[in-house]
Design a protein around this ligand. Structure first.
Ligand code: NDP
Length: 328
């Protein structure tokens, strides 16, 4: 038997959660069974657990898009009992039981071997949010946004994607400007490597079609007017990696910065990213991410505390990353 956070749907379509003791036979199909050591709460987990958006496609569901742990048994030739593994995305926690449990059964093809640089706790401190930050940084560099080109802006800075993006960009030598609604987190953001902090209200209202060139590039976790304003302020030939929608899923932008400044909008998806891209991102994280900065941005909670964190993340109140110790 193992403990799991289980989501069930009420008649009015709202979602209720409980910690349940489940038998291994209840686990979904898959060729690798894992003893989960840590999971995490990402924004999408917040949506699922609070029922704020129809993220969960079938009930009952064990949420948790991420997990890290040890293989108990495997029928997949790529993994054997005792291997340490990480999982991110692939619709897990949405259509297939996820990581907020002491055990999971998944497809081996979804798994990545845990880089030796990280403990399972650190891998979950990174989680989908941090691995997505690396995908954003890699996309910017591929688009030619190098540190010598000028300042780079990170929105949703005090959140999970933003915090890791700041640390990664600063480590690569970029001058990072952090946009946040939480002025009280200025010291935290500077400790991660931000050179300057701006108030997010500078970017969150309807702005001009073409603004003054301010940024060589950007990592945007926020969408809506914020992304539109950043695009209008990107300098000639620059690029923005767009991965999130914390402000909104709309994009009220104009074509002017694209056709007059040749800028690029780079869409970033971590969920269905191919295995090679995942492995490259995790390998780069293992090389570049300063684990003392990671520890600084991470808080640990138990499985039973996870729903409260889900509510917090929906209110934009989580700082950095939260890991869930499934055995606590
Ligand atoms: P967090 O909740 O940790 O961070 C989001 C941050 O956005 C908040 O901390 C806050 O930062 C800012 N924010 C919140 N509400 C608003 C608002 N109304 N207007 C402007 N800014 C706001 O979430 P994550 O960092 O985990 O995820 C960020 C986004 O990225 C989410 O939309 C998520 O769905 C998406 N995502 C996408 C992935 C992909 O594959 N494309 C993968 C992972 C995440 P502050 O307080 O500093 O202003």
């Amino acid at each position: 038997m193992f403990q799991a956070l289980v989501l069930e749907q009420n008649e009015d379509k709202s979602v209720r959660h409980s910690i349940q003791s489940l038998d291994e036979s209840a686990l979904p199909d898959g060729d690798v069974r894992i003893a989960v050591e840590y999971s995490t709460i990402n924004y999408k987990d917040g949506l699922a657990i609070t029922g704020s958006a129809p993220v969960v496609r079938k009930f009952p569901m064990v949420p948790g898009v991420d997990l890290a742990g040890k293989v108990i048994e495997s029928a997949n030739p790529g993994f054997q009992a005792g291997d340490m593994v990480v999982h991110n995305g692939w619709g897990v926690g949405e259509g297939h039981w996820g990581g907020l449990a002491q055990q999971a059964r998944l497809k081996g093809d979804w798994l990545v071997k845990l880089p030796s640089a990280f403990s399972t706790r650190q891998a979950m401190a990174i989680g989908t949010a941090g691995y997505t930050s690396m995908l954003c940084v890699q996309a910017l560099e591929k688009a030619g946004v190098t540190p010598d080109k000028g300042d780079v802006i990170v929105t949703g800075a005090a959140g999970g994607v933003g915090s890791v993006a700041i640390a990664l960009l600063a480590k690569r030598g970029y001058r990072v400007i952090a946009s946040t609604g939480r002025a009280s987190e200025a010291d935290y953001l500077k400790s991660l490597g931000a050179a300057e902090i701006i108030d997010r209200t500078e970017l969150s209202e309807k702005g001009r079609a073409l603004g003054k060139e301010r940024w060589a590039g950007g990592v945007d976790a926020v969408g809506s007017h914020t992304l539109a304003n950043i695009l209008s302020q990107i300098s000639y030939g620059g690029a923005v990696a767009a991965c999130g929608l914390a402000q909104g899923g709309d994009l009220p932008a104009s074509v002017y910065p694209f056709i007059l400044r040749g800028i690029s909008l780079l869409g970033i998806d971590s969920v269905m990213a191919p295995r090679a891209a995942r492995e490259a991102a995790w390998a780069a994280l293992a090389q570049e991410l300063d684990t003392s900065k990671l520890d600084e941005m991470t808080r640990e909670v138990s499985l039973s505390e996870a729903p409260a964190v889900a509510a917090e993340i929906m209110q934009g109140r989580v700082r950095g990353r939260v890991v869930v110790n499934t055995n606590r």
